[in-house]
Design a protein around this ligand. Structure first.
Ligand SMILES: Cc1cc2nc3c(=O)[nH]c(=O)nc-3n(C[C@H](O)[C@H](O)[C@H](O)COP(=O)(O)OP(=O)(O)OC[C@H]3O[C@@H](n4cnc5c(N)ncnc54)[C@H](O)[C@@H]3O)c2cc1C
Length: 445
């Protein structure tokens, strides 16, 4: 009798424990669902729910809700859990790490480009990375696949494929001209050097590519990359500086010079060679590799004084700028993040935006800039346009009444988006296709 009674107590305790655990689990997952749903609503409100490029698509039939994808994503809030399954939140912020794709234990994630609603223009390229124009190759993010390691791999492969096909002609100055010195262009440059090609690399800015245009210092690499003339690079979590130092060291060790601050404006195929026109010169080559990424050229304001040295189109090391009068121009995430970072370094920061409010920005950034503005850490001037940049001041016009404001100024950061490369590609004659949710990476493929 006593044993039966003891057993009943033990079973009851176990049952109670299971019930408590189950209850806690239900509460936690209900809270997670609520948080994710709220974030999705916010993302829709701010126009960042709909993906603009590569993004994960969760197969709800297969997803068992482990949350491994959410935990693996280095960007945070691209994916979240709701009703026991993974859902995309700020999908337009996905940079295509593919960490979610690899982390899912049941292979429920596919990486796609574009959606039914929002098509993405992609150049048509063969498996050898050649476009419809023979001799004109494309590598890196411009072809649709993001990430540093992919760009590096493609830059190398594209030049190797070009080398196999090339027809040496004495008419031209170069075997190949590489346009862009981001990860794809640098890798292509190193491969050209290794293959003994006559090459020239042209970069509209300074070398480094997209990553250096963002104020975020940390770079994540989900797997090692292979760099020509170096070998395996095992940097999983690195900084912009570390990566840039590595590129620079490799280039100088091999006596490679890149033509920086030169923009390629036109590429024309004449018979069997190319004429490449830049804002500085004209060149000829047997082949061209476009490694220009998808971010395009930073948008300029075209106002008097924009050519001054104190004007920049990217913020590289905010920690080196202190106690300055800084004007940041723009209303997107980049402008907001930069303004906040500069304010943290005790600068006197003004953020000028031509719109009447911030839209299409990350909800977190909106919260941060609203708070920084209330605390007078950043002076936000909506409905304003830069009229002129002088040596020690900047003139701003107020849209509503054409009043002119003159503010003290040491530095100007114009972070107002970019002109996309689509028009440039079309003008060059490259076939472009619109992708509406096409699969880029799928398990078993
Ligand atoms: C916010 C953000 C964070 C990211 N974080 C990571 C990360 O942590 N890890 C990771 O692996 N990837 C990350 N990525 C993705 C990664 O930056 C890109 O996939 C990668 O830089 C693509 O390399 P690319 O060489 O193809 O193009 P890009 O890096 O874009 O380089 C293209 C270069 O071409 C130049 N160019 C363009 N037009 C011309 C022209 N007409 N003439 C001359 N030069 C021209 C540009 O100035 C640029 O330097 C991130 C991207 C973003 C936006």
């Amino acid at each position: 009798m006593e044993i039966i009674f003891e057993n009943i107590i033990v079973y009851s305790v176990v049952f109670l424990l299971i019930a408590i655990i189950f209850f806690v689990y239900l509460r936690v997952s209900a809270k997670k669902s609520r948080v994710t749903s709220e974030k999705i609503e916010k993302a829709k409100e701010f126009g960042i729910y709909e993906p603009i490029s590569l993004h994960p698509v969760v197969d709800t039939e297969t997803c068992i809700g482990t949350g491994a994808c959410v935990a693996a994503c280095p960007e945070k809030d691209i994916l979240g859990m709701a009703n026991g399954q993974a859902h995309t939140i700020n999908a337009s912020r996905c940079v295509g790490h593919g960490a979610c794709f690899h982390a899912c234990p049941v292979e429920a994630i596919t990486l796609c480009i574009g959606t039914e609603k929002r098509g993405v223009d992609l150049p048509h390229i063969s498996q050898e990375f050649e476009t419809n124009i023979p001799g004109l190759f494309i590598a890196g993010e411009l072809g649709g696949m993001g990430l540093i390691k992919n760009a590096v791999a493609q830059g190398k492969q594209a030049v190797e494929n070009f080398s196999k096909k090339k027809n040496t002609s004495s008419k031209v100055q170069y075997d190949i001209i590489i346009v862009g010195a981001g990860p794809a262009g640098i890798s292509a440059t190193l491969t050209s050097e290794k293959s003994g090609l006559k090459y020239l690399t042209i970069e509209q800015d300074s070398l480094g590519g997209t990553v250096y245009n963002f104020p975020r210092a940390k770079i994540v690499m989900t797997s090692p990359m292979y760099l020509p003339l170096y070998g395996k690079v095992k940097l999983f979590e690195t900084t912009k500086k570390q990566l840039l130092d590595l590129w620079n060291e490799l280039l100088s060790k091999n006596n490679i010079k890149i033509n920086e601050f030169e923009k390629v404006e036109n590429i024309e195929k004449v018979n069997d060679y190319f004429i490449i026109k830049t804002n500085k010169a004209s060149y000829t080559s047997a082949g061209v590799l476009l490694a220009i990424g998808r971010r395009g050229t930073p948008r300029k304001l075209n106002v008097p004084g924009e050519e001054k040295e104190k004007v920049a189109y990217r913020l590289i090391e905010p920690e080196l700028i202190q106690k300055q009068n800084v004007l940041v121009v723009g209303g997107g995430d980049s402008a907001i993040e930069s303004a906040i970072l500069l304010a943290e370094e005790y600068n006197n920061v003004t953020l000028s935006y031509r719109g009447e409010s911030f839209s299409r920005v990350k909800p977190k950034n909106l919260e941060k800039i609203t708070s920084a503005s209330k605390l007078k850490k950043v002076k936000v001037l909506f409905n304003t346009n830069v009229k002129e940049i002088k040596d020690e001041t900047v003139l701003l016009t107020e849209n509503s009444n054409s009043n002119i404001l003159e503010i003290e100024n040491d530095l100007v950061y114009i972070l107002a988006g970019g002109e996309l490369p689509t028009a440039f590609l079309e003008h060059t004659g490259i076939t472009i296709t619109k992708k509406f949710g096409d699969t880029i990476l799928k398990h078993g493929k």
